[in-house]
Design a protein around this ligand. Sequence first.
Ligand code: PLP
Length: 475
Amino acid sequence: MEKNELLTALEALDSTSRQLDIDETERSAMMQAVTAYANQFLSSLKDAKAFAKNEVGDLSIQSQTYSLSQILTIFQNEVAANGINAASGTHLGYIPGGGLFASAIADFLAAVSNTYASVHYASPGAATMENEVINWLKNIFGFPASAVGCLSSGGSISTLIAFTAARDRHGIKNEKVPNAVVYLSEQVHHSTQKALRIIGLGDVVIRTIALDKNHRMQAPELNAAIEKDKASGLQPFLIVSSSGTTDTGAIDPLDAIADIAIAQGCWHHVDAAYGGFFILTSKKDKFKGIEKADSLIVDPHKGMFLPYGVGAVLVKDSEAVLQSNYYAANYMQDVSNETLLKSSANLSPELTKHFRGLRVWLPLQLHGIQPFIACLEEKILLTAYFRMQLQELGFCLGPEPDLSVSYFWYPFPSDTDAKNKALMAAIHRDGSVFLSSSMIDGRFVIRMAILTFRTKKSTIDKAVEMIKNCLQKIL
Ligand SMILES: *Cc1c(COP(=O)(O)O)cnc(C)c1O
């Protein structure tokens, strides 16, 4: 192309390409519209349904464009008002969190500045901020300063990072895989088995250790299983325990398991995705021994009530983490002098990613830690309160949980499972409070997971009222 031709072509593209760079007046108008929408959304939460099942309209991407106001209407009707309302305190299904407003502001700043946090050289401030979040977590869980960690998208990716380090430390590859043994409990989160498969360990031997009546792993059984496997020539290498199981809110005996892991030379991984932050509460003693683990995961998008999209992993053995995640490349040569461990890119499969540190750091600096602890203590008491109310209605309860997830069923004299299923369906049809179900010890049960910061005593009263009404319909 001639230079003149090139300049003409550039000029022709200019006004259209500029449309992406919105000017200040329009930016203000857009922010106002979004602020108004967000305020309306949040203010109406207390009367909003927890669950609604609607058909999704046409969301395909065609050649026409929409105004922001049209887009906000589409968002409200097709997304916000459809399915589980995960911002509402009435979401008591799966593992909720809520979505702190302060984090939304942090996400906005992170996106506006497009900060590149993965490499210290690119944004020393952002990298340091993320590293300070990791330091704060190490402190909470009693991990040494030499431990490493990073913020991921959630518990599943955190698990991948931790297990990859365990695999590399123990050299589990090729012909060693079918002889390697992983120990877990029936109540372990399914992301555990999934991670093993993804990292090439789908063919390891998996031992499911028996639980006590509170759904906690029985440490002596674990030890016996390891002894037996060693005696038959297998290679025990990884023990996965939970501090806060998804279905039963149980904390495995971490201290005893840690001692077994140390004595047997196994890697001890603790899944604290849901329950980890309860270590800041009166339940602290139940976490004794977590500081001896080799790795742990914890989800700020659960127990810190942050919007979805942030998990964390801590690993003591930095060499093991670097083995799979550190890679030098020519186009990265400008950054290669930076201290390896200051850049999360060397500790995670992710390179370019959202600046997640700010959405954790900002709310902590803005609110301080006390309101978080108060919210968590409140959830523990609300769980006890919910259980008392259900018992008065004649429900059977699962064992007292260690944390804030527990389950119940109604002792219908016949077709108990089928009728509890019908009760669950009636609760979903009602939708004022959302609960989910599970199978525990072969029984259909309804779970209650109390974790969002917006869940209050009035929410539990509303849930009990709804359950009472739904039960009437089945009886
Ligand atoms: C939620 C959860 C996970 C998975 O985490 P994601 O953030 O959903 O990927 C793992 N373990 C436990 C105990 C969980 O509650």
